[in-house]
Design a protein around this ligand. Structure first.
Ligand SMILES: [Zn+2]
Length: 335
């Protein structure tokens, strides 16, 4: 096994590593770097594999990513995808008004529906690359965020109080699909899964709703998986940090507004943390020197056990190659 894949396993078990892994979430950046229009790239498995290999070679971060966008889950449930310029996309919500509507919604077949088979194929191809040196990670959005994409965020938030059984039912169906998809990724030999749950953040729902609705479904899903999960939540996650640590995720990937050292202390013994170089002010708009300084600060706060160097959120697609490289190189020079 390569040293990097071994270090990934150690980090997931919160053991000390020689060199801290740098795994920024780069999907949008890779799409732009590939030069292929997003609406073509996301439907072309071969192109995704090649784009991921090329970007990893160019920047030398410590993972290969078996995805470009996360919209293949709502798409499989029947949402169409709108491609916006430049390089962004969103799911068109479907009309779900009642528990009966959700009841009638079929759980997509992972081997048939939309891009699900394509995403599994991308994962299998990356895993099988000869002399692969870095872990392969896939990504899905969390159950609550997936529900928001499927029925529209505004509808979901409004239905939280008035139509709770309907939301519970949809969370269950999404959970069944995500679990089947996760197990299929495991069968293909993937090393880990990033679960991004931006709508399940403390800025979108109260800690009470998180405890009652988001947390139990998320924990149920994560506990069903054998592969380690990196859970990303946007914004200030301090009010829900304890619950996030109890989901069974191995790493909590934190927003740039969070204090890494304080968060690490709070979740100590339960999971590790990842973060949190400022994606906009530093990676996108900062100088190389800014990137180096901010990265050093993160590396010091994160420490060598149970920590991955990441950005505070997805790397903005227009980030310069030089800045992204400076972040990754700073981590390599630290050991
Ligand atoms: Zn985020």
């Amino acid at each position: 096994m390569s040293r990097k894949i071994d270090s990934f396993g150690k980090t997931m078990r919160m053991e000390e590593v020689e060199q801290i892994l740098a795994i920024p979430m780069v999907s949008g950046w890779v799409a732009r770097f590939s030069g292929i229009p997003l609406k073509t790239l996301v439907y072309d498995g071969e192109a995704i594999v090649q784009a991921q290999i090329n970007a990893q070679k160019a920047i030398d971060y410590d993972a290969l990513f078996a995805y470009i966008d996360a919209l293949f889950i709502p798409e499989a449930f029947g949402c169409s995808i709108n491609f916006l310029s430049p390089g962004a996309a969103e799911a068109e919500p479907i009309n779900l008004q009642s528990e009966a509507d959700v009841q009638a919604l079929p759980i997509p077949d992972i081997n048939q529906k939309g891009r699900l088979p394509l995403m599994l194929d991308v994962a299998a191809k990356l895993v099988k690359l000869p002399e692969r040196e870095v872990p392969v990670l896939s990504l899905v959005e969390g159950l609550f965020t997936s529900c928001a994409r499927i029925m529209g965020t505004e509808n979901l938030i409004r239905a939280l109080i008035k139509k709770r059984p309907m939301i519970e039912k949809l969370m269950e169906k999404v959970g069944v699909l995500l679990t089947r998809f996760g197990h299929a990724l495991e069968e293909r030999g993937i090393d880990g899964l990033i679960v991004a749950d931006p709508v399940g953040s403390a800025t979108m729902v109260s800690p009470r709703f998180y405890r009652e609705l988001v947390f139990p479904h998320l924990r149920h899903f994560i506990e069903a998986l054998k592969i380690p999960v990196i859970l990303h939540v946007c914004g200030n996650s301090d009010p829900i940090l304890d619950m996030m640590a109890d989901t069974g995720a191995r790493i909590l990937s934190l927003d740039q507004c969070m204090d890494l050292a304080a968060a690490k202390q709070k979740v100590a013994g339960r999971c590790g943390i990842g973060g949190n170089v400022d994606p906009i002010n530093v990676l996108l708009n900062g100088t190389i020197e800014d990137v180096k300084q901010e990265t050093m600060k993160c590396l010091q706060q994160g420490g060598k056990a149970g920590y991955i160097l990441m950005a505070g959120c997805g790397v903005p697609p227009l980030t310069s190659k030089e800045n992204l490289k400076a972040m990754v190189e700073t981590a390599k020079q630290q050991s």
